[in-house]
Design a protein around this ligand. Structure first.
Ligand SMILES: [Zn+2]
Length: 100
């Protein structure tokens, strides 16, 4: 398994996982269990590490770069199917999986 990136933000790590997962890339988060126990460890900053399979690493890295660029420069978009608002990083609706 190769480490793709790490994030101190649990939500961001899970957003990255959902994005890669929708592209067929298997993602493993390390540190997730600790994040769940954060209430008991208020002073600890938990870092979530994102791992992918070596054979999917190059593709995952490319997708992550695109993802970050869209997050920085994109605008939220509304799903034409269900009307939900989606973050720029998502190409498909989080709610109904309709494509943009
Ligand atoms: Zn939708």
């Amino acid at each position: 398994m190769n480490k793709l990136c790490s994030s101190a933000n649990y939500l961001e790590a899970n957003t990255i996982r959902a994005m890669l997962d929708s592209e067929g890339i298997e993602v493993f988060l390390k540190g997730e269990a600790l994040a769940g126990a954060m209430g008991e460890l208020p002073m600890n900053v938990t870092e979530i590490e994102v791992f992918v399979k070596p054979e999917q690493f190059a593709q995952a890295e490319r997708l992550l770069n695109d993802f970050k660029q869209r997050q920085e420069h994109g605008n939220n978009w509304l799903c034409g199917e269900c009307g939900e608002e989606n973050a720029p990083a998502f190409e498909i609706c989080w709610s109904c999986q309709n494509s943009q």
